[in-house]
Design a protein around this ligand. Structure first.
Ligand SMILES: Nc1ncnc2c1ncn2[C@@H]1O[C@H](COP(=O)(O)OP(=O)(O)OP(=O)(O)O)[C@@H](O)[C@H]1O
Ligand SMILES: [Mg+2]
Length: 514
């Protein structure tokens, strides 16, 4: 079946309508019902679009309908952009953790006026799209299957390792965890296995390795990945798990009793694996009395929940199987990780650099995030004196085996150009674990005047260069190219997000970092 050229556009707008940060503002403005209707209408259109495209070849009426749809989709996109900007502006205002200069573009507005204006614009778009859907329903078009093939486009989560990530020294951990998971198959009750260890050690990475292992993929009938972060709210969590299980966005009730019924229907007797990434909840009763009974009462024999967390206490509250403690990388694996990054970009692996490099690696204490960031930094330094100067910087005190990743991240930040510093800091306005769109980020950087043209690069090229550089240096990560709608997205490690917030805070001047 022919693929509609409009499809990527409509999908993009539907995803934006489903975006969590757009939803926060529409809720605040009392316009969330309209937003949800818009999302549903766009989804309805999306299902029939391939069929409409075919019909338009021979039917002038459908052709002109598609033309109108294109114009309305662009209007809807503009309206949703306004909500997105407003969400970022409000977050900045409430958090007070991002400096004024970062968000010059997003001007202050009167909330009442904003609500009034947006209500009018949203209703106008909604009216137009509803008319189009009404007309469309008379065409007798077929549903296309594309929607079902998509992977949770609305969810700000990522369970796959990005292709460019080379993993060092975790094969044994992976083998142990995979075996443990497969070994539970005779057990009737859902088992919970936490993986714990300090920030930046590679818990999420290990969980991704395990999750995408072929045997694991084959063994479990239902695979679900959810990033929890600081939102351990039972209702939100249950809703998310139900949506993951049925692989689509749903209108779900707000009571635990009703959700429990739907959870039962969605999972039934399927053998499932659920990864709860980045759990912080230390409230034992919340887990024991509310969530555990619900999550552990569904699924077939051998079902498991894998939890990643920094805290040993969280691990001990949640576990039914002995938690897997992740340890620091060995000296050899640390060196391999570091040198693979450092010497892959034109810096020669000469003896003197290797000697200094080994001492620097030692200071990173086997922490992958620190090693990767340090590697990214040194890959831009060719000279021995530059390496020596970095070695001499205060990159944490590891006396007594107490390693810290933050001083290393700050050092790497200090070596960014001033343009890149601003561009990086702006990312603090997005929520943690948010999937950021490259084009949108570049637009924000340009609109704020953070990037300047150069002789050989226009503004967009410069923005792309900065984006790639921030990815290379691990300030941004998990870069991937989405097919529908075609776009490049990335995330930020949560410790990098902390750093972005820290540097954009008015109290943290560049001097302080120096
Ligand atoms: N063994 C490894 N080899 C190479 N890179 C790694 C390895 N482990 C982790 N990384 C990289 O280090 C960074 C931090 O890893 P990860 O996000 O898995 O840490 P984490 O323990 O989950 O941290 P947090 O507690 O903050 O969630 C990521 O960019 C990841 O790609
Ligand atoms: Mg993690």
């Amino acid at each position: 079946m022919a693929e509609s050229l409009l499809l990527p556009l409509v999908r993009g707008v539907a995803s934006k309508a489903a975006d969590a940060i757009v939803g926060t503002v529409t809720r605040m403005c009392g316009l969330d019902d309209d937003r949800r209707t818009l999302e549903r209408q766009l989804l309805a259109v999306e299902c029939k679009l391939a069929s409409a495209e075919e019909r338009s070849m021979t039917n002038g009426y459908v052709k002109s309908w598609m033309k109108e749809l294109k114009s309305v989709a662009y209007k809807a996109d503009d309206v949703l952009d306004d909500f997105q900007y407003e969400a970022l502006r409000r977050q900045f205002k409430i958090g007070r953790s991002t400096s004024n200069k970062v968000l010059g573009y997003i001007t202050r507005r009167n909330p009442l006026l904003f609500r009034f204006e947006m209500s009018r614009k949203l209703k106008n778009v909604l009216e137009k799209i509803s008319k189009l859907v009404e007309e469309m329903n008379k065409f007798g078009l077929e549903n296309s299957v594309h929607r079902e093939e998509r992977q949770h486009p609305w969810r700000q989560t990522l369970s796959k390792l990005d292709d460019s990530t080379k993993i060092f020294g975790r094969d044994d951990d992976k083998e142990v965890v995979v075996k443990l998971l497969l070994d539970q198959q005779e057990l009737q009750k859902v088992q919970v296995l936490p993986i714990f260890g300090m920030g930046g050690l590679g818990k999420t990475t290990l969980a991704k390795m395990v999750y995408s292992d072929q045997e694991v993929q084959k063994h479990f009938q239902l695979k679900m990945w959810h990033c929890v972060s600081d939102n351990f709210d039972a209702i939100a969590l249950l809703k998310s798990i139900i949506e993951l299980a049925v692989n689509k966005r749903c209108d779900l009730p707000d009571t635990i009793e009703l959700l429990q019924k739907q959870l039962q229907e969605a999972i039934g007797q399927k053998r499932f694996i659920l990864v709860l990434d980045d759990v912080w909840n230390e409230d034992k009763r919340m887990w024991e009395d509310v969530l555990k009974p619900l999550l552990c009462s569904v699924g077939g024999p051998g079902s498991v929940i894998v939890v990643t967390c920094r805290s040993k206490q969280v691990a001990s509250i949640m576990c039914t199987v002995k938690p897997h403690e992740l340890v620091f990388l060995s000296a050899d694996d640390s060196w391999d990780l570091f040198s693979n990054k450092t010497f892959s970009n034109g810096v020669e692996e000469q003896a003197e650099l290797v000697t200094i490099g080994r001492r620097i690696v030692n200071k990173c204490g086997g922490l992958p995030l620190a090693l990767k960031t340090m590697g990214g930094l040194l890959s831009s330094k060719k000279h021995v004196h530059e390496w020596k100067s970095i070695e001499a910087s205060n990159i944490g005190d590891n006396d007594g085996g107490k390693y810290e990743v933050m001083p290393i991240l700050k050092l790497s930040y200090k070596h960014l150009s001033s343009e890149m510093k601003q561009c990086f800091a702006l990312c603090a306005i997005f929520p943690k674990d948010y999937e950021m769109q490259k084009d949108f980020l570049i637009e924000l950087w340009m609109a704020n005047g953070f990037i300047q043209e150069e002789e050989t690069m226009d503004l967009i090229q410069k923005g792309e260069f900065i984006f790639d550089e921030l990815v290379w240096r691990s300030f941004l990560q998990d870069k991937k190219v989405l097919e529908y709608p075609r776009m490049v997205v990335c995330k930020m490690h949560d410790l990098m997000h902390d750093l972005a917030k820290y540097v954009s805070n008015e109290c943290a001047s560049i001097d302080e970092l120096n």
